[in-house]
Write a protein that binds this ligand. Structure first.
Ligand SMILES: C[S@@+](CC[C@H](N)C(=O)[O-])C[C@H]1O[C@@H](n2cnc3c(N)ncnc32)[C@H](O)[C@@H]1O
Length: 628
């Protein structure tokens, strides 16, 4: 059975993809290296085995195809040499599904202009069209050592007049060869010097003992194994990509030809940044750069360098759909969306995705942390009376209790026990906007209270009801959560409804909570003389709310017409008809056994192809309310 399309907060579409040139392997327990394609066919023939799936991409088999020429793609670039071991950790779920993150590293050759930091921003805007402009990669890159210590910078400036002599001297001292005894040393250099001399000279006068004895800041240890060429300080800061300059030490590619003999052999002596150039300039020389790049640099007074770089993109860089395209077998539609309810990502996977559900869930979790903590899949269509969903927790923490913020209110829900649908937020807002301060609202199917609670801030009085005791419990919690508890006089249950109602006659009624069957609730609310007349009735049970409309027949039959206000009813329903409004109106007429006029119809949303959710709003016809 094919399932409905996946619900999606941002992208509802599902799309097919061409396979990547590396195979996906799913096997029971071992990371397959030898024959991944065999593993794939095996696992696909027995989907249940994927419960403990271990996924591997055969890096050796990777061949970049020629059809993709530009832009970041897992189909392009080359694998790092040696692989960045620091990224070799895997994403793992409780059932053993593993994504080998290191296999998603791709290295791209790009050229960059090394420019003084002060001029970097201006140059970036001048050269924008010639820069790399890749999503999630900054055109301005930083590499270790591009920021000089201010003190060193000052010394360098002082050294301008003496030619290279003082610079050489400084370089010698930085290298630990303190050959200039008389020079004023920076605190760091001074400390180094003292440390070296202490043993042989005995007692020494410290310039600033407090500073010198301050413990060093702890640095994160880089595992020597993790070294790899790509592991650097930057890698610690940014897990999605890193830039490395190739042959940095060799000082080649300066623009002396472009900027004149003055700059020949000299490098800028301050902090620098890299401006990453468009891919097409990779491995090109200065003479091959277009005038549009050269000209903006000529008036600038500093030296520039054209350097060749490697840009490595890691697992964290790639989007959810890029990863899924890489991982799912050939020809399988890539699921691209999910619904978010608090910290829970709610998937609605098709049958063909089910063998890969843990893998998909793991990627959803990885790509949406920390907001998402749990990923669940809807197992079946909502069928039960309380409209709760059958959910399978795929990865993350197993709690289905979450807090949702909607229209400025907070709602705690347990998705396993109560109904919640974030997609109705706009509709609820629309409805509440139509209420006024003098309204008295009766929410027949209130759930955990998104309509009742939001309305309570605006209207005079709210009566909220739900058949599900768990929903009523969460409704009461949410009343407290939203600081409306002073408005709640008490809650009434079916058993002692009448006795308590007599008590409440003498009190101010603002918000009453009921746990009753809908039809009985309507009858009870309208046949009793309440302090306030109900002006708005909300019936949000789209599958069969119209079946409850007959409960309004004759509700005012024992009262004089002048003593009653006719309420406005907002009833929800679905329709697959060609003319959904006409179809829904017909069903309302049948339920009330009358021709209802002046019905305002509103299309709420398309819940499935050709199936509309509608809201019909109308004043309860007098003949029905007062009829026998
Ligand atoms: C579609 S949900 C709507 C909840 C709420 N209005 C919202 O927007 O979240 C319908 C609610 O009606 C409740 N319900 C179902 N049958 C009912 C009945 N016969 N009487 C009263 N409530 C009922 C369910 O427990 C569920 O909470």
């Amino acid at each position: 059975m094919m399932k409905k399309s996946m619900c999606c907060c941002s992208l509802a579409a599902l799309r097919t993809h061409k396979p990547l040139p590396f195979p996906v392997c799913i096997s029971l327990s071992v990371v397959a290296a030898a024959s991944p394609r065999r593993c794939l066919s095996k696992s696909l023939s027995s989907p249940s085995s994927s419960l403990n799936a271990v996924l591997s991409i055969a890096a050796d088999d990777y061949r970049p195809p020629s059809s993709f020429h530009f832009g970041p793609s897992l189909r392009r670039g080359h694998l790092p040499e040696p692989p960045p071991l620091s990224l070799n950790h895997s994403s793992e779920d409780g059932d053993g599904g593993v994504i080998e993150k290191a296999k998603f590293c791709r290295v791209f050759d790009v050229a960059a202009l090394r420019v003084p930091v002060e001029e970097c921003a201006a140059l970036e805007s001048h050269l924008r069209g010639h820069l790399l402009n890749w999503p999630r990669v900054r055109n301005i890159a930083r590499v270790p050592g591009d920021d000089l210590d201010l003190e060193i910078r000052r010394l360098l400036r002082e050294g301008e007049g003496d030619g290279g002599a003082r610079l050489d001297s400084l370089a010698a001292r930085v290298d630990g060869r303190a050959d200039v005894e008389t020079a004023a040393l920076s605190p760091v250099l001074y400390r180094e010097k003292l440390a070296k001399e202490f043993n042989c000279s005995g007692f020494l006068k410290f310039r600033n003992l407090a500073k010198l004895s301050r413990p060093k800041k702890k640095k994160k240890k880089l595992n020597s194994k993790d070294g790899g060429d790509l592991a650097s300080k930057n890698l610690e800061k940014n897990d999605s990509y890193v830039v490395k300059v190739i042959g940095d030490e060799k000082d080649k590619g300066d623009l002396s030809g472009l900027l004149g003999e003055d700059f020949k052999g000299r490098r800028w002596r301050g902090p620098t940044r890299l401006l990453l150039l468009d891919e097409k300039y990779a491995k090109k020389g200065v003479s091959e750069l277009p005038e549009a790049i050269k000209v903006p640099m000529i008036p600038l007074s500093s030296s520039f360098e054209l350097v060749q770089c490697q840009l490595a993109l890691f697992y964290d860089y790639w989007s959810m759909s890029e990863l899924l395209e890489a991982l799912l077998p050939e020809g399988l539609i890539v699921p691209t969306g999910f619904e978010t309810i608090g910290h829970i990502a709610h998937l609605n996977l098709r049958d063909e995705h089910l063998p890969f559900r843990k893998l998909i869930a793991q990627i959803v979790l990885d790509k949406n942390r920390p907001k998402i903590q749990t990923v669940v899949n809807k197992m079946d269509a909502i069928q039960n009376e309380y409209r709760t969903m059958q959910l399978e927790v795929l990865v993350g923490n197993h709690s289905l209790v979450t807090t949702v913020v909607e229209n400025g209110f907070r709602f705690q829900v347990d998705l396993g026990k109560v109904y919640w649908n974030s997609k109705l937020a706009t509709e609820r807002q629309r409805l509440i906007c139509s209420f006024t301060r003098s309204d008295v609202v009766c929410d027949v199917f209130s759930g955990v209270g998104p309509i009742a609670i939001s309305a309570a801030r605006k209207v005079k009085c709210v009566f909220a009801n739900d058949l599900n005791p768990n929903a009523v419990e969460y409704l009461e919690r949410n009343i407290v959560l939203n600081k409306l508890e002073r408005k709640v006089e008490f809650s009434i249950t079916t058993d002692f409804f009448w006795s308590r109602l007599l008590v409440c006659h003498s009190r101010v009624l603002d918000f009453l909570v009921f746990n009753m069957e809908g039809r009985r609730f309507i009858a009870a609310m309208f046949t009793t003389q309440l302090r306030y007349s109900i002006t708005q009735v909300v019936m949000n049970l789209p599958n069969d709310a119209t079946e409850f409309l007959d409960a309004f027949r004759g509700v005012f039959r024992n009262t004089p017409r002048s003593a009653r206000t006719l309420p406005k009813i907002h009833v929800y329903g679905f329709s697959k008809a060609q003319n959904p409004e006409y179809d829904f109106q017909e069903r309302i007429n049948v339920a009330l056994c009358a021709e209802v006029v002046d019905v305002e119809m509103h299309r709420v949303r398309l819940v499935a192809p050709g199936k509309w959710m509608l809201c019909a709003s109308f004043i309860l016809p007098e003949d029905i309310a007062f009829g026998k």
